[in-house]
Design a protein. Sequence first.
Length: 99
Amino acid sequence: MHTVIDIGTLIVRSADIRGGRPRIAGTGVTVKRIAGWYKLGLSPEEIVDQTGHLTLAQVYAALAYYHANRDEIEADLANEESEAAMLEKQHYKAGREAK
């Protein structure tokens, strides 16, 4: 007998985990992280292989959420890129000043 899973239960939000970002239930893996790997060209199967603890259904649920809420996830990805660029610039400047 197979267990039926309501796909609506695969993606959750909790204010106290990952800043309330949507994530795969029972994990700390955010939809943003899955979307980032997907945008780098990884297939859902490769994402499953890379993580080792996610199922294909979980990855597809995250991708479905991403495609249904693209503006939200893209804004989060852009914010992360902006923060990384700012930190890189600060690190570079601090390294140059230390010389």
